[in-house]
Design a protein around this ligand. Structure first.
Ligand SMILES: Cc1cc2nc3c(=O)[nH]c(=O)nc-3n(C[C@H](O)[C@H](O)[C@H](O)COP(=O)(O)OP(=O)(O)OC[C@H]3O[C@@H](n4cnc5c(N)ncnc54)[C@H](O)[C@@H]3O)c2cc1C
Ligand code: FES
Length: 346
């Protein structure tokens, strides 16, 4: 895994709790990425290293610099550190871009209608994808359905508006819990994005043939939009989703209890207490082990480890990723099932 050091050239406020961090693209070895991918920032805060992925809000070929857009999470360690402590000129360590929430040229034709569904900070990868699709004239039509609490919390409000004036094939629908449809706001939906609204938007946009959907936002949004689209006959392979965080079902933890786990790193054995509810990764990080990780949703495989002994349960990813060998597990989603579990990391 390649790491880079990037210089911050600008910090730009987008809304009261969201800001864009602009990094200078290195002059010689430019960082290659695809619209919809993410950059993992590694920051040292109070003596501990934290890794957090942030989707690019910039798009390659459109924006000359690398941009991420961060929403401050109440009580969040890294998002608030970025907002309160980082400044122009600071150097930040990052991992190479990762992620598969991208436009796949094999599934796009000149008739493709791209429909992007988002809420809150979920707009970031969608905005990157929209810019790239419009700039490269990918597909026939691009539609954004974007949910927010109020008009003030809409990230990229003016930029989305500007894109609509430049590209006649781009439409956007906004959903605000506090606004109603009116003659001056014909594309504003009242309330949260829900299946009924999905249906009304799709009917207003024409038929569903050739649609390709990208969803990024809270689990509730993802599930309701996906369910509605599948019920309308959209094929599951035409729906791509990105998760910013994982929501685990408490029932999955019923047979799990606090246990000691041995983590082998660089040939050295560390005995770590894994308290019920914490993953082996979280417990290892709490014990100040320098473990590599990024997404914590079971997607990037950066936290891959070999299960040397014992049994773990992976909670989170619906399927064990194909890229994992039979004796491998993801520490961010692994919970010990027996005593004397031993895992080895690179
Ligand atoms: C692939 C990927 C891409 C991402 N892209 C972006 C992005 O473009 N912009 C962005 O702002 N964030 C993005 N995130 C989320 C980001 O990585 C962090 O999880 C988020 O900033 C919170 O980190 P923190 O250290 O501030 O909070 P933590 O200290 O880790 O958590 C504090 C509390 O907030 C909750 N929490 C954690 N993440 C979220 C969240 N996303 N929303 C609401 N509550 C949360 C936790 O459950 C915990 O209770 C992305 C995540 C992934 C996996
Ligand atoms: S940190 Fe990404 S899969 Fe575990």
């Amino acid at each position: 895994m390649k790491h880079y050091t990037l210089k911050i050239t600008e910090l730009r406020r987008e809304t009261a709790d969201t800001l864009t961090v602009v990094f200078k693209q290195p002059a010689l070895k430019k960082i290659k990425y695809q619209a919809g991918q993410y950059l993992t920032l590694i920051l040292k805060i109070n003596g501990r290293r934290y890794s957090r992925p942030y989707s690019f809000s910039s798009a390659p070929g459109v924006d000359s610099d690398l941009e991420i857009t961060v929403k401050q999470v109440p009580g969040g360690i890294v998002s608030n550190h970025i907002a309160d402590r980082l400044k122009t000129g600071d150097l930040v360590e990052v991992m190479e871009p990762m992620g598969s929430f991208v436009l796949n040229p094999d599934s796009i034709t000149t008739d493709t209608h791209l429909v992007l569904w988002g809420a809150g900070s979920g707009i970031t990868p969608l905005f990157s994808i929209i810019k790239e699709a419009l700039h490269k004239n990918t597909g026939k039509k691009v539609t954004l359905v974007y949910g927010n609490r109020s008009l003030e919390s809409v990230i990229f409000k003016d930029k989305i508006k500007a894109l609509k004036t430049v590209y006649p094939n781009f439409t956007s629908w906004n959903s605000h819990t506090k606004l109603a449809i009116s003659e001056v706001n014909p594309t504003v939906i009242e309330g949260r994005i829900d299946p009924a609204k999905v249906l009304s938007v799709m009917q207003a946009e024409g038929d569903l043939n050739h649609t390709l959907h990208y969803i990024c936002g809270p689990v509730g949004l993802k599930e309701s939009v996906k369910t509605a689209l599948l019920a309308l006959g959209v094929k599951s392979q035409s729906i791509q989703t990105e998760d910013f965080e994982i929501v685990r079902d408490p029932v999955a933890f019923e047979n799990i209890s606090t246990r000691m786990v041995t983590v082998i790193k660089d040939g050295v054995k560390h005995l770590v207490e894994v308290v019920k509810g914490k993953s082996i990764l979280e417990a290892g990080l709490d014990a100040m082990l320098n473990l590599s990780y990024s997404c914590q949703t079971g997607n990037c495989l950066v936290c891959k480890a070999v299960l040397v002994q014992g049994e773990v349960k992976m909670i989170g990813p619906t399927n064990k990723p194909e890229e994992l060998n039979a004796d491998e597990c993801l520490l961010c989603c692994s919970f010990p099932m027996v005593e004397n579990v031993e895992v080895a990391v690179a």
